[in-house]
Structure formats: C-alpha cells, structure tokens
Design a protein around this ligand. Structure first.
Ligand code: NAP
Length: 267
C-alpha cells in the first residue's frame, strides 16, 4: 500500500484526503492519502522522513508552500512562483506547483480559452502568483489588483503584466474579459465585497478561487449576467496534476469532484 499525504497547519479541514482517496479507489490503486499537521520549523524533517518511509508523494498547503522551496529541487514553475504544492520522491526530492495549471484547466473545462484574453486577477498572494504566471505563459494579457498595490506591481513585473490597487477596480473590472478573485475574501460569511456589483457585465467570465461557499462576488456577477465559476474545479485539477506527477496516470476528475462536493455538503 503506497502512502501519500498533505502537510499543513492547520490541516483538519483539508479536502485533499477525500479527493485523492476517491481518485485512488476509482483507479483501483492500492494507495491511501492522509493529512498531517506539520509546523514550518519541522518541515524539512517531515519531508525527509516521508521519503525514508517510502511515501509515494506529498502535497503542501498553508503555511508551508514557500518554506519548502529551499528543501526541494524545484521545477521552473515552482521556482518562478516561489512556492511548492507537490513533492515527488522518484528521483531525489522534486518540487512542483500545480495551482496555476489547475486554475487554467478549470477555465478550459468551461470552454474558456486563455490566449489573448484580457484577464484581471484580484490578489497578489500565493494563489494569485500561480495563476498570474500560468495565464501569462498561456499568452493572456494579465492585470493584477491588490490591497497592497506594491505587491501587485511586483508580481506584474515578474509575469509581464500591469499592477494596480483596489481603488482601480471600477475601471479594470468592466474592461476585463475574465475576472479572477484570488484573495481569501469571500471564504467567510460577512466578508467585505471587494467589487461593486455594478462593475460586472454580461458575458464576462468571473472565477472565484474560493471553494468552500458561493461567494457574494459570484452571486453579484451571476446577477449581472456573467458566466461564473467557483474554486472547486481548480482544487480538483491541481490535485489531478499532482496525481499525474506521482503515478503517471490520468486522474479520474469526475470522481474527485464528486468527493469534494460531497465533503463540502457535510460541512
Ligand atoms: P495568501 O497568500 O495569504 O494571499 C491572500 C490575498 O488576499 C492577498 O492578496 C491579500 O492582500 C488578500 N486579502 C486578504 N484579506 C483581504 C481583505 N480583507 N481585503 C482585500 N484583500 C485581502 O493566500 P493564498 O494562498 O493566495 O489563498 C487565497 C485564497 O485562494 C484562499 O481562499 C485559498 O483557499 C484559495 N485557494 C484556492 C485554491 C483552489 O484550488 N481553489 C488553491 C489555492 C488557494 P494583501 O497582499 O494586501 O494582504
């Protein structure tokens, strides 16, 4: 039985065990996936320990993704983004970041092409970095707006886009073809609205990386006639790419999506 795991702190609410165990079952693999609480100060030992114990692979989540960069051989994407969400042990300790490709694949599954599109990313944290890098690689025209505008400008410089503060959303949102919320705003009921509902327009695509609830941002965008997409399929596809790295197999994305939506409905 191969063991896989996700490390983070806190980790109790991770949806990855339900999703990856459903994937292993659908593929008929003798494997299991567990969540482990690991503090940043013990991460190196935990990674080396997992390799020594013959783990098949790891995922990393908050607050370990950036710390791990020094402890693995990162691929180009993980290196540029500065964060690792997947580790494989086949040949040394290799680090990857599948968040950005997960977001792109989620958009494509809904028939949304990226190339040449005017994309506005709200946020400049870990999720925003992965998405901005990936979509820029796929030739989108990327703008980034963040509460701290300096972080938006820094990220924009790295990916070849333009950086702004949130006060510019009134101009940026109406002209974007794809608007992506990559902040944590919307995870909790009562969170502030970052985008005034009058800024959305018909046929625009509005994607929120938040996956635990239908956010006010998505409700406002849908009311304006925009095509909306929550963060569940990004979560599925980032996991699907991790599974492909570990096993070489195409992931059963439907089974993974069902497992996540079932798990969310219990919470
Ligand atoms: P992070 O690195 O901590 O970044 C948080 C971002 O949110 C920053 O841009 C921050 O702005 C902004 N922000 C936080 N509170 C704000 C507020 N009150 N007003 C305006 N902006 C605010 O977090 P992360 O790892 O990028 O995660 C962000 C979200 O993405 C979380 O909800 C996470 O669950 C989700 N996520 C989803 C997936 C998926 O697969 N669907 C994958 C990864 C992450 P400042 O820079 O100004 O502080």
């Amino acid at each position: 039985m191969k063991v896989y795991g996700v490390f983070g702190d806190p980790i109790e609410h991770s949806l990855s065990p339900a999703m990856q165990n459903a994937a292993f079952e659908a593929l008929g693999l003798e494997a299991c996936y567990h969540a482990f609480r690991v503090k940043p100060s013990r991460l190196k030992e935990a990674i080396i320990g997992a390799k020594a114990m013959g783990f098949g692979g790891l995922n990393l989540t908050i607050p370990l993704k950036e710390t791990a960069l020094q402890m693995v051989q990162p691929d180009r994407t993980a290196k540029v983004i500065g964060a690792v969400n997947t580790i494989a042990f086949e040949d040394g300790i290799k680090g990857y970041n599948t968040d950005g490709i997960g977001a792109q694949k989620a958009l494509e599954r809904y028939g949304i092409q990226i190339r040449g599109k005017e994309v506005l990313i709200i946020g400049a944290g870990g999720a925003a970095k992965s998405i901005a890098y990936q979509l820029s690689q796929s030739e989108a025209r990327v703008s980034i707006a963040n509460r701290n505008p300096e972080k938006a400008k820094d990220l924009a410089r790295k990916v070849g886009g333009k950086g702004f503060g949130l006060q510019d959303l009134g101009t940026l949102v109406p002209k974007a073809e794809i608007v992506i919320n990559a902040t944590s705003v919307g995870m909790k009921e009562g969170d502030p609205r970052l985008v005034d509902k009058t800024f959305f327009r018909k046929k625009q695509v509005v994607f929120d990386v938040v996956y635990n609830r239908e956010t006010e941002l998505l409700k406002d965008a849908a009311f304006a006639g925009a095509k909306t997409l929550d963060g569940v399929m990004m979560l599925v596809y980032q996991g699907a790419y991790a599974l492909k790295i570990w096993t070489g197999l195409d992931a059963p994305v439907e089974a993974m999506e069902i497992a996540i939506r079932e798990e969310l409905s219990k919470r």
